[in-house]
Design a binder for this molecule. Structure first.
Ligand code: TRH
Length: 398
């Protein structure tokens, strides 16, 4: 193929930052590493602007990092590209769906990129197709942690960038200073806190304050700030730090997504959530606690079990026990202090395990490459760009 592939990504922001966080990473990677012409349609540019400050929410169309960003409604006026990706099963507008169906399977590939899960059923469902009206198939693409899944988003240079960062003298200090944050006290353990709401963290904070070793807690914007404020009996404003015994608490600003990795790399323990920060903490190779997105039917508990089974498959028993205990306590509202103390006492082994896990995961092809390979493997396709070019040429001959 001698023309760049036109990729249309569609993101409906359900809540928080993960929907747009994943879509934005994928969009940039398709543009930068695969030379695709990417259009990203988003229904909430304000949320997008939180993770990418270059975004101007009122603009009708803008290009940031070589990605063409369009408001959701613009799909009404545009023809589909070669690949149409619905992020997380979002529903396209009927007019656009009709155009996808009209140009048909010879010219467009329609993909539904699903949520991440480590559950066994993923391998059986990944790359299934569902026939749609108009003779076009929709391809179901499932990210995951195994060779039979669609893999995880990982930029080609990510691990090399982290390794180079880690070799820099004072990398953490420099990163924090450039984010306007004070460096942690010498010898302090650092904990990055980016989780959903969780009651009952006061004993955990108290235990860190009473510990002999200093800890610095970086609290990301979000519901945990109120929990921390309640314990402090004061409102910690963004950028502000305060000290209670051995514990320094610092309220972080929301950083651009491109800087988020540095926060993870700067931490000794990462409390992460959802999908994207969860995956980035694994590429950071840091000990982590995953606060899974809570679901009414408790389906997230199965997701956690499935992940921990894979994550800990090759772990030594002390590491496994510590990780499982803290995960259960965090996700199921149990007592945090004993689980935390067990976890912290095994931190060097857990860190070595996180590094080994990261290296194992990196053996698998990344999600963006797999997505393009899956689309290319679909039979009988004629890229829309080429079709548009030949239609234009034909028009010229008339
Ligand atoms: O924000 P999340 O909870 O997002 C999602 C959504 O809720 C989604 O609907 C749900 O399906 C999914 O979770 C499971 O958590 P996540 O996925 O970690 O996304 C957070 C994004 O925000 C990630 O891309 C990192 C980014 N981020 C920054 O860019 N700067 C920051 O300072 C922080 C704290 C996060």
């Amino acid at each position: 193929m001698n023309h760049p592939l036109n990729c249309d990504l569609f993101c409906h922001v359900v809540d928080n930052f993960g929907d747009i966080g994943v879509a934005w990473r994928l969009a940039r990677q398709l543009a930068h590493e695969h030379g695709c012409v990417v259009r990203l349609f988003v229904d909430d540019l304000n949320t997008f602007a939180a993770i990418c400050p270059q975004i101007q929410p009122r603009m009708g169309q803008q290009t940031v990092n070589s990605v063409n960003i369009l408001p959701w409604s613009r799909q009404q006026q545009l023809d589909p590209g070669d690949i149409v990706v619905e992020m997380f099963g979002c529903h396209l507008l009927p007019g656009f769906v009709e155009r996808v169906q009209r140009v048909g399977a010879r010219r467009v590939r329609w993909v539904n990129l699903e949520h991440l899960s480590a559950e066994d059923w993923v391998e059986g469902t990944h790359l299934r197709v569902s026939p749609q009206p108009g003779g076009i198939d929709k391809l179901f693409f499932f990210p995951g942690f195994t060779a039979g899944s669609g893999g995880l988003l990982r930029e080609a240079d990510l691990l090399a960038r982290r390794a180079a960062w880690e070799r820099l003298p004072n990398a953490r200090r420099i990163a924090l200073r450039s984010l306007g944050l004070p460096p942690p006290p010498e010898h302090a353990s650092t904990v990055l806190l980016f989780s959903y709401a969780r009651n009952g963290i006061a004993p955990w904070l108290q235990a860190m304050a009473a510990a002999s070793r200093p800890t610095t807690l970086w609290i990301c914007p979000g519901p945990m700030r109120a929990e921390v404020d309640a314990w402090l009996s004061m409102q910690l404003s963004t950028g502000q730090s305060t000290v209670r015994g051995s514990l320094t608490l610092c309220a972080l600003p929301f950083v651009p997504q491109e800087r988020f990795d540095e926060l993870l790399w700067s931490a000794d323990v990462c409390v992460v959530r959802g999908e994207d920060s969860f995956v980035r903490a694994q590429w950071a190779a840091r000990p982590m606690v995953w606060h899974a997105y809570p679901q009414h039917d408790q389906a997230h508990l199965e997701k956690i079990d499935a992940f921990l089974r894979r994550y800990l498959e090759q772990a030594q028993a002390p590491v496994r026990d510590a990780v499982v205990a803290l995960s259960e306590a965090w996700n199921q509202g149990g007592e945090l202090v004993p689980a935390w103390q067990q976890f912290v006492s095994r931190l060097p082994q857990i860190r070595a395990h996180a590094q080994a896990w990261c290296e194992r995961l990196a053996q698998l092809p990344d999600l963006a490459s797999q997505l393009l390979a899956a689309v290319a493997a679909q039979p009988d396709r004629q890229p829309a760009g080429a079709a548009r070019a030949s239609a234009a040429a034909a028009d010229g001959l008339k």
